[in-house]
Every structure is written in C-alpha cells, then in structure tokens.
Design a protein around this ligand. Sequence first.
Ligand code: CP
Ligand code: NVA
Length: 309
Amino acid sequence: MARNFLSILDFTPAELRETIDLAIKVKTDRHLGPNAPTAQALARKHVGLLFEKPSLRTRVTFTIGVRELGGDIVEIPADVMHADREPLHDVARNLERWVDAAVIRTFGQDRLVEITEATPGLSVINALSNEEHPCQALADLQTLAEWWKGDLVGRRIAFVGDGNNVCTSLVHAAMMLGISMHVATPKEYALPDEVVDQAAEVSQHGAGLTEFTDPKAAVRDVDAVYTDVWTSMGQEVEYAERKRKFSRYQVNDALMSLAKPGALFMHCLPAHRGEEVTDEVIESPASVVFDQAENRLHAQKAMLVKILT
Ligand code: CP
Ligand code: NVA
C-alpha cells in the first residue's frame, strides 16, 4: 500500500514532528547539492503534477523539490481530468502504472479520496483542495519552529478571516504540536463542525481551539496572527459579497498591536493587499510570509522522503 498525504491527519503527531525536523535539516543541507544526504532519495522515482487550479508556490517547489531528491517530474495537463473524457478513477489507474506519486491540486477533497481508493499502489499528495492544504501547514509549522527555536508547545496562533482550507490544515497541525488556535471568522464562514471535532481529537499537550467572531478578541496576546484571502479559488462569483462581509477582519497595524509584542504575521500567499492584510503589515518586520513560501520547498521535500522512502 502506497502512503498518501491528503491531510495533516494522515500523519501521527510524532510523524509530523519528525517531518518538520527533517525539513529544517534538508534546508541546512541544501548547499551540499548532489552531496546532500537526501540527494538520491527519489532516484528512479517519477512524480506526476496535476493542477486543476492556478499555482505559483506549490508547482515550483514540488518541481524543484523532486529534482533535488533525484526524482523525475511529469507535468500532466488538467484537461485530462474532465469527466466527459474519462472517469477520474480511470485517470488514476493509468497514472498508477507509470508514476510513484501524483501531486494533485483540485476542487473537492472527495476527488482525492476517489483517486486513493482506486489506486492502492499510487501515493497521492494533496496540493490544495477546497477543504485542506496540508503542504502549506507543514511549511507554516517549520517556519514557526525556526522563528521560535523549537519552542512550540503552549504557543497561541490567531487565524483571522475565512475558516477555509488553509485554516483547517493549520488547525490540524497546530493542535498536534501543542499550539492553541484562536479562529476569528464571520459566523457563516466558521470552520466546519467536523474540523472542530478533529481538533479536539488530535490535540496534544492541552492545546485548544477557540472560535471567535470578533477579530480583536481573537488576537489578544497571541504569538502569531495568520490570514488568507477572503475569496478562495473557485469562489470568485462570491467576491463582492465576501469583501463586504469580511471587511472588519482585515489584519492591519491596529489589529497587530493587540497581539503579543514581537508576534509574527503569517500568510500562505497569494495575498490581496488592502483586503485581508495591509501593505504595512505584510511589509513589516513581523511578517514571515516569504519564509513560509521558501519553506514550502524544504517541508515538501521532507514529506516526500517520509512517504515515498
Ligand atoms: N500558498 C500556495 O499554495 O501558493 P500557490 O497557490 O501559488 O501554490
Ligand atoms: N485559500 C486559498 C489558498 C491559496 C493558496 C485558496 O484556496 O484559493
């Protein structure tokens, strides 16, 4: 049975910690190039990339990451996924005969589950679905482990905005590493109940999830403030309505000033400056957004080593 990575919940808390530790090591070793200990980890392995939504960071970092691990990348155009061409499970069963892993960005998480059920020999990696973005959360927790020098347990992160895919995976990962989460959203955009239940199930070291509608109450005394776009890919028709409903959830200097002194600002990117975050905050010394982007490379290399070797 090949190992999949559809969700942070596919890892145990110990595996998540090991992956983040390995990501930090892979980053340090990168200058060794072909002499890095992981330089041949994916030798003779093929990884397919199949993206049904746009991507800068995920696409580029998986492409470079697989190559730096000695593996080969195959770009698969998204039009092969159209239902009028062939069923999704047939696409998957073909891929299973050629490649070791498929990195897939798609709409419903159920599409990823359908693929894994059809292909026990193929490792399926979630490169973002409507519901989860686990690769992002790996990089986010690596970034925090670096900035906080490994001192994660007992910290608090506020996520302000939409209770979306990025928020879900961040909650999963934070709970498993003993970090509490404050999630501030308009009521109708709260995290799904299922995610709230999962958070309680996987929590370690007494970490807790608290939901808020008031962003000010949520950021008080937290160690980091995280936000994401108000309108995710696939929700574009709701843009105007969401912009109106989320307007008081902007992360600006006034909101950041309520967090702990030295609190970090985080965003998965792409950011809509002037909407969910101001230019001042994203360009401030508190902002670690480009560390997060860089760490996508290292964290995904570590995850690939973990599930494919
Ligand atoms: N954060 C992130 O996943 O970026 P891309 O959509 O550019 O891949
Ligand atoms: N929530 C955003 C994240 C983009 C990386 C989206 O799904 O579009």
